[in-house]
Structures are given as structure tokens and as C-alpha cells.
Design a protein around this ligand. Structure first.
Ligand SMILES: *Cc1c(COP(=O)(O)O)cnc(C)c1O
Length: 392
């Protein structure tokens, strides 16, 4: 057998190459709670890169529910759901989430990433075929790889191509799509996708990480705006770390789907349940999501304000009506320079570069929140107007 040398020196060379190509990623250490202002290294920044779309991550009622959850249940869940980690808090949250999205049942997962891995793995196998929009979130891409099914990717939103691919494959068919695409902010055509899935005997899994809580008068997300019930052939995956401001995720579907996940989803079975206090906090945030529609109204106002202003500046924004508002700059270096210049103005906006997006589609990815005020958005627009080298 050939013996290989440890390859740590190769890793070092690879990391240096990433640095030279300006593709090296670094973390920021935040000293404040999540909110529209973040404190980093003693300096306060205006935050336009959070997924806390409704301003619930540090809401007093959510914090209080978390604290009383800890007093009642302690911190750790202690085990997986199937052993002894499934608490009354988890059970109650699952029932409330199912009721919220109008599904027969919901099943909690520890993260959205794991929910996608678990659901895709449980619903197909190596004889099946998984269909993916090219712009799907990495967790959906990884889920299909892990389950070893054949994978067919269709160009973003190209339903004609999807139809052709569905027609030419046999066996179990599972179509995966983001509800709101995480880098472009556009919405998947769920009515047409559901119809296509139905016609070809396929199942449709919608990952609504960025739609749930935000879209629709009731906050029920992409399914609400397309009036699609969470019923066969559609399965919904929602995350709790974004608009809900807490942590975790769930899959909502028909009874048999949920029972299948409990039996077969490895990312459900072989992991510790999320802390019960997080479930209690999420129950509080779900109540706010349901009852405080004014948060969605405010967010919509900020989105319109930003789009109006960006249009006046001649910025290249995408056709997004959601909280995700990318400004396309093209070159990765241009995106990096713009993000650095905004940071100088005390504004945090991430530069999104390859491999997350195509090389010529590097961008600033601005995310808006109901917690932003009109003057926060004005401040951002002023700073964008002063960026060197931008059109406008
Ligand atoms: C954030 C995100 C996930 C992952 O959810 P986590 O709970 O953060 O693991 C999955 N899909 C999409 C589209 C996302 O944006």
C-alpha cells in the first residue's frame, strides 16, 4: 500500500492561494446582541447583513420565554428526539407550527441544513432522481449528493427544462427548490412547480428559509403568496433562525411523510434534539409572527424605500420583492472594495463572491429588517451613492 505524507503543507499553499485571489473568508466577532446595530471591536455598525427580518432575535418576549424555558427544562435536551430528548416544549411547538402553516404535521430538526439532508435522504434513494434549480441553497445541493440519487439541475426558474427532465426519468422523483432564492431574493413559481410535480408523479420540497414569517399577509411564506396548501405533492421546510429570530428548523407535510422522516431521516435520528428552551423561545416568536403583521408591513416599506433609492442611483439591483436586495457589481474585487468602503462608513454589508455566486455576478447582498428605520435605509443609500466606481 502506498503511504502518503501528511498534506498539511498543501493546505497552507491552498489557503495562500485563496488569500491572493481575495476569496479568503474571515469571521467577525460580535459583542452585542443581534439587532440593526452590531458592536464589533468596540465600534458600532449599522447591520444590513442579518436574517433577523422581523427584529425578533432579541425581542423581550422571546428572551423571556427562553429564560423561563431554561428554568423549567434546563439547558441541554440530553438526547435525540427518539431516545429521551423530545420534550413537551418541542411537541407543543411542532403542533403550533403545523397549525400555522396549515399542514397535518410538523417535525422539528436542529438546523435547516440538517432538515434538508434528513428529508431528502428519507424521501429518495440511489434509484431515485432529484431535480434542483441551479440557484438552490447549498444545503439542498449537499442533500442530493449525500442521498446518492441521480441529480438533474435545471437553469434557474426554467420550468420547460424541468418538465423535459421530469418526463425522461423514471423511479422516485423529488424536485427541490428554494421558496425565496437566498442570493437573488426572487421567489420560485410555486403554483407551476406544484402542478408540474403533480403531473409527473414527483414530490416537491420547498425550502422557505427566507420566505417564512416574511411573505404573505399572514407570514406563511411563499406557499401563502401562491395559495399553495402544504399538502401532497408539496412538502415545506422552514427555518427558525431567520425571521423567527431563534434557531432550528422544521418540515411540514402529510402524516405519512412526517412518520417516514421519523423512521428514516438520519439527520433527525442521530442527533441531539435542540434545547427545549429554544423551542419555548420559538413558540413566543411564532406568536409574534402570527399577531404582529405590522412587522411585515414595515419591512415592505423599507424594501420599497431601498428599491426606489437604488433605482434613482442607477444601481444594478435584481428583481426581488423580498428582504434580500443584491446589488450586482460583477467582479469579486469590486464587490470586496465596495463592502470595505461601506464598512468605513460604519455599515455592514457582505460581499458575496464565488463559489457562492458566479464569478461575474459578485455582489453586495443587502438584507433589510422590520427593525430598520427609514433613516437607517437613507443612510445606506447615501453611503452607496458615495461609493467610487458605481454607476449613478
Ligand atoms: C439559511 C438557510 C438554510 C439553513 O438553515 P439553518 O437553520 O441556518 O441551517 C437552508 N436553506 C436556505 C435557503 C437558507 O437560506
Amino acid at each position: 500500500m502506498v503511504q502518503h505524507e501528511p498534506e498539511i503543507s498543501v493546505l497552507g499553499a491552498h489557503l495562500e492561494r485563496l488569500q491572493r485571489q481575495h476569496l479568503y473568508r474571515r469571521r467577525e466577532t460580535v459583542d452585542s446582541p443581534q439587532g440593526v446595530e452590531l458592536v464589533i471591536d468596540g465600534r458600532s455598525f449599522l447591520n444590513f447583513c442579518s436574517n433577523d427580518y422581523l427584529g425578533l432575535a432579541n425581542h423581550p418576549q422571546v428572551v423571556e420565554a427562553f429564560q423561563s424555558g431554561v428554568l423549567r427544562y434546563g439547558v441541554g435536551a440530553g438526547a435525540s428526539h427518539l431516545i429521551s430528548g423530545h420534550s413537551r416544549a418541542h411537541q407543543a411547538l411542532e403542533e403550533e407550527l403545523a397549525d400555522f402553516v396549515g399542514a397535518p404535521r410538523a417535525l422539528l430538526f436542529s438546523t435547516g441544513y440538517m432538515a434538508n439532508l434528513g428529508a431528502v435522504g428519507a424521501l429518495t434513494d440511489r434509484r431515485g432522481t432529484v431535480f434542483e434549480d441551479k440557484l438552490n441553497h447549498a444545503s439542498l445541493i449537499d442533500a442530493a449528493r449525500l442521498c446518492q440519487a441521480s441529480v438533474r439541475r435545471y437553469p434557474h426558474g426554467d420550468l420547460g427544462r424541468l418538465q423535459a427532465l421530469l418526463a425522461e426519468s423514471a423511479g422516485k422523483k423529488l424536485v427541490l427548490t428554494d421558496g425565496v432564492f437566498s442570493m437573488d431574493g426572487d421567489v420560485a413559481p410555486l403554483s407551476a412547480l406544484t402542478e408540474l410535480a403533480r403531473r409527473h408523479g414527483a414530490t416537491l420540497l420547498v425550502d422557505d428559509a427566507h420566505g417564512l414569517g416574511v411573505l404573505g399577509a399572514g407570514g406563511r411564506g411563499s406557499c401563502e403568496i401562491f395559495r399553495q396548501p402544504v399538502a401532497s405533492p408539496l412538502i415545506l421546510m422552514g427555518t427558525l433562525g431567520k425571521a423567527f429570530g431563534t434557531f432550528g428548523a422544521f418540515v411540514a407535510a402529510a402524516e405519512e411523510v412526517i412518520e417516514t422522516l421519523i423512521q428514516h431521516a438520519r439527520a433527525y435520528i442521530y442527533t441531539t434534539a435542540l434545547p427545549p428552551a429554544v423551542a419555548e423561545a420559538t413558540r413566543a416568536s411564532l406568536r409574534l409572527v402570527r399577531t404582529e403583521a405590522w412587522r411585515r408591513d414595515l419591512l415592505r416599506e423599507r424594501i420599497s424605500q431601498f428599491r426606489r433609492g437604488a433605482g434613482e442611483l442607477g444601481l444594478r439591483v435584481l428583481d426581488s420583492a423580498t428582504a434580500i436586495q443584491p446589488v450586482i457589481l460583477g467582479d469579486p474585487d469590486a464587490a470586496l472594495a465596495a463592502a470595505a468602503a461601506l464598512r468605513q462608513h460604519g455599515i455592514l454589508v457582505p460581499a458575496i463572491r464565488p463559489p457562492t455566486v458566479a464569478r461575474n455576478a459578485s455582489r453586495l447582498r443587502i438584507t433589510l429588517s422590520a427593525a430598520h428605520t427609514a433613516s437607517h435605509v437613507e443612510h445606506l443609500l447615501d453611503a452607496l451613492a458615495r461609493l467610487p466606481g458605481l454607476p449613478g
